[in-house]
Design a protein around this ligand. Structure first.
Ligand code: ATP
Length: 357
């Protein structure tokens, strides 16, 4: 297994790129430590597949380098990188048994039979497929087929990185959570460097110790699931992560507070003075319905099972509130309190307040 370093990476599909928008990847600098579990998360078109293909060697980046430990592999073809990949659709041989499928990557590399037998047994055990080892792969359901695909990636001991590219796409929705937790467990057992690519926040946050959030070819934040949720560095992260996402509201700056629709809101800390468009970011979970505070009209109440999501109108803005108590009546007036330590101001999308220490 290896530490993976992406240094000053840029990539354009155009022959003669000039401006930022000509690049599918704008500037990527990341170090993934040996044995870590990472996710690349972002909407369609943000550059996840391009980055994955650069790591696996299918694409040579326009600029920058890829290092496995200290070895520069930027120009190496895929077969010299020792990477195992799991794709959206299972890659298995239908005419072989499960056992033959799992043995194949090892037999191909000339591993001795005793060790193959042992690795197949261990891998099958981890994936709970020991009972179907002698079944033909063609008869398996998509869930088991994808497990075998994962097994083929995990059975090898010589890989530098295991990469998963949206591996749960074909899995039945009610089985997804099972495989999701299985993957996390596998990482604990195998301790390989794993990179999981997805546009699904639940998959990324469940799997990864650290998540790289991408938007339009750029990394907007790298952090633990808690960091991304608690203190988004960019409004994009705040809105993309969480359900519903963070409220992003128009505001003006005051010295240590913000003015939102004419109401003063205390902030987590001081706001530096520079020009730019300011917005106030606060998660719906941190807006409280209080005795007094900012008056708002209830426009909508949605029952989300364990809590209610309330749309409260203040001036021209809608504030989403997550509340688990008895919901207010539609059309009624409520009062909102924004928890100061969770109220942050963003300038041109980037966080601009400093937390008080
Ligand atoms: P998705 O989840 O839809 O696969 P993604 O996050 O993986 O999206 P990429 O497929 O890496 O994003 O695409 C990043 C950008 O590069 C997009 O603007 C896309 O249109 C462009 N792009 C991707 N592949 C090519 C290609 N072969 N030629 C030209 N442009 C491409």
């Amino acid at each position: 297994m290896a530490q993976v370093t992406l240094s000053g990476l840029r990539h354009s599909y155009l022959p003669d790129p000039k401006e930022g928008q000509d690049y599918a990847l704008k500037e990527i600098d990341i170090t993934w430590r040996d044995g870590g579990a990472y996710a690349l998360l972002g909407p369609s078109g943000c550059g996840k597949t391009t980055l994955l293909n650069i790591i696996s060697g299918l694409i040579v980046p326009t600029e920058g380098a890829v290092l496995f430990d200290d070895r520069d592999v930027t120009a190496d073809p895929p077969d010299r990188r020792n990477i195992a990949q799991v794709f959206q659709f299972p890659v298995i041989y239908d005419n072989m048994t499960v056992r033959e499928n799992l043995s194949f990557p090892l037999r191909n590399r000339g591993v001795e039979p005793g060790l193959i037998e042992q690795r197949v047994r261990e891998t099958a055990n981890m994936l709970d497929v020991t009972g179907i080892l002698d079944r033909r792969a063609s008869g398996l359901n998509p869930d088991n087929k994808q497990k075998i695909s994962m097994g083929r990636a995990l059975v090898r001991e010589d890989v530098n990185v295991v990469m998963f590219d949206e591996p749960l796409t074909v899995i039945d929705p009610h089985l997804k959570w099972k495989l999701r937790s299985k993957l996390k467990e596998l990482h604990h057992r195998v301790k390989a460097t794993m990179i999981y690519v997805t546009h699904d926040q639940t998959e990324a946050l469940t799997f990864a110790d650290e998540v790289v959030v991408m938007q339009e070819g750029e990394v907007v934040q790298i952090g633990t699931p808690v960091e991304l949720f608690e203190r988004p560095q960019h409004t994009f992260v705040g809105h993309f992560i969480g359900s519903p996402g963070m409220n992003i509201l128009p505001c003006e700056a005051r010295k240590n507070s913000a003015l939102f629709e004419g109401h003063e809101v205390a902030l987590e800390g001081p706001l530096g003075g520079q020009a730019g468009e300011l917005t106030l970011g606060i998660r719906p979970e941190h807006v409280l319905i209080a005795e007094d505070g900012i008056p708002a009209t209830v426009a909508k109440v949605a029952d989300a099972g364990r809590h209610f999501i309330i749309d409260a109108v203040v001036g021209k803005s809608v504030v989403k509130v997550v509340d688990s108590r008895n919901p207010p009546e539609k059309g009624s007036i409520i009062h909102l309190h924004f928890r100061p330590e969770r109220s942050r101001v963003y300038r041109d999308g980037w966080i601009a307040t400093e937390p008080r220490t």
